[in-house]
Design a protein around this ligand. Structure first.
Ligand code: ATP
Ligand code: MG
Length: 244
């Protein structure tokens, strides 16, 4: 199996706050990984380092056998192949659904409006938003907005899709529709890394779970191993809070 990411000795600090201390892990192409852990443990920072929204202080990111840090050409390649879905959607609220899904395609990938529109509509249909293409984003529910954001990411045809707590900003009744869309995507063979507090979901869809604590990977393993038979005391304590 081919490695898509190799992360070695990754460190990131903000001032004197060492947020990522020494992160090492590999990601196999096509793998579905969930990252769990307490608030402030560094999950978002790690995800943002993977697509260089944050630049690590030291360590190595090998993407598709290319060393990324200190090589601008490889940084741009990585950014074009690794997509991200955010907790707060990051959509253009004053634009309609279709424009949100076509603008980056035209600007970054230089696709024609016709081609971008066709790809966007296909992806909007996949997430159940095909009926809403001309609607302004600001009139949509949270769950609908997140499904548009997912369609926008898919329209860039990423090789890896990162999700940072994609359901945390949603009203409870909308969580299920977004989780179902993400679950469907896991069948497409794309590599996905998902930061989530939805433990049952993570257990169901993941090939591997990474548990972060205070800036380190405290434990990783299969969903069965990590949820049913955690080795580390801090994993046990974290999970206890979710099961009680
Ligand atoms: N841009 C930034 N500038 C300064 N400090 C930051 C920045 N981003 C994150 N931090 C700090 O890094 C630490 C880890 O934050 P991070 O957002 O990665 O945690 P998290 O595990 O995603 O938490 P949550 O579950 O609440 O989203 C926190 O102490 C946070 O205050
Ligand atoms: Mg976070």
């Amino acid at each position: 199996m081919k490695n898509i990411f190799k992360i070695k000795n990754l460190k990131k600090s903000f001032g004197n706050n060492d947020v990522l201390k020494d992160i090492n892990f590999d990601v196999t192409e096509g793998e579905i990984i969930s990252i769990i852990g307490s608030s402030g443990s560094g999950k978002s920072t790690l995800l943002r380092c993977l697509n260089l929204l944050e630049y690590p202080n030291s360590g190595e990111i090998i993407y598709n056998n290319l060393s990324i840090l200190n090589n601008m050409r490889n940084v741009n390649l990585l950014r074009s192949e690794v997509g991200m879905v955010f907790q707060n959607f990051n959509l253009f609220n004053n634009k309609n659904v279709l424009d949100n899904c076509t603008l980056s395609q035209m600007k970054v990938l230089k696709r024609s409006r016709e081609e971008a529109t066709e790809i966007a509509i296909n992806n909007l249909k996949k997430v159940g938003m095909g009926e809403f293409i001309h609607q302004d984003v600001k009139t949509l529910s949270g769950g609908q907005k997140q499904r548009v954001a997912i369609a926008r990411s898919l329209s860039m045809e990423p090789r890896v899709l990162l999700f940072d707590e994609p359901t945390s900003a949603l009203d409870p009744e909308m969580v299920g529709e977004v989780l179902n869309v993400i679950k469907d995507l896991t069948k497409l063979g794309m590599t996905m890394i998902i930061v989530t507090h939805e433990m049952a979901f993570a257990k169901e869809i993941s090939d591997r779970i990474i548990f972060m604590d205070s800036g380190v990977i405290a434990e990783e393993g299969s969903p069965e191993q990590l949820f049913n038979n955690p080795k580390e005391q801090r994993t046990k304590e974290f999970l206890k809070r979710f099961n009680s």
